[in-house]
Design a protein around this ligand. Sequence first.
Ligand SMILES: [Fe+2]
Length: 198
Amino acid sequence: MMSIDVLPTQLFGFDCEVIDDILEAVKNEPYPKHKKDFPFVEQTKNSFLHKTYPVLSDYLQKCNDDLWAYLKIGEDESKLVTTQCWMNRTRKGVVKMCHTHPNSIISGILYLTDSEVPTIFQTRNFYKRGCIRIEKNYHDYYMNETVRGRTVMFPSTLAHFVPENTVKEHRITISWNTFLDGRIGSEKTLTTLAVKVL
Ligand SMILES: [Fe+2]
């Protein structure tokens, strides 16, 4: 028997040069009120942070533009734009379960703190939640370090999770989703589509 990886993927990284300005902008952004021992990762009430803070919006758009230019094939006039953006706070004892980001093409994480707790990307086996396990090497992961200012972008279908934070320092990140805006494909190849992100 042989095993062949048929779904390779890539992560893309950036280093944020305006991390101090972003931190200053979002530092008082409120989270919903929870009990002290709330067992989940907390997310800010505002999930459109890119519409509130220009310094954040500009940085995310620069990442979107750089990545889309790198991935570009052909002549389409599309742009990758941010659709939702929120902040995550992981307290001691909390994990973020394995998940993907629906209704998004590329997602991103901007790390606001240094932390021993990585983001773990599940690099193999498209079938998640333990329903179908078609291969032996089910647990094959890539661990992305949590370094302040580091930014990672990835296909939104790529499953990922955050293991337990075992220290008292909070792990804080900003996440964002994207979608295409503009005219994609071409009439010549019967693939044209006009998309507008509101
Ligand atoms: Fe996520």
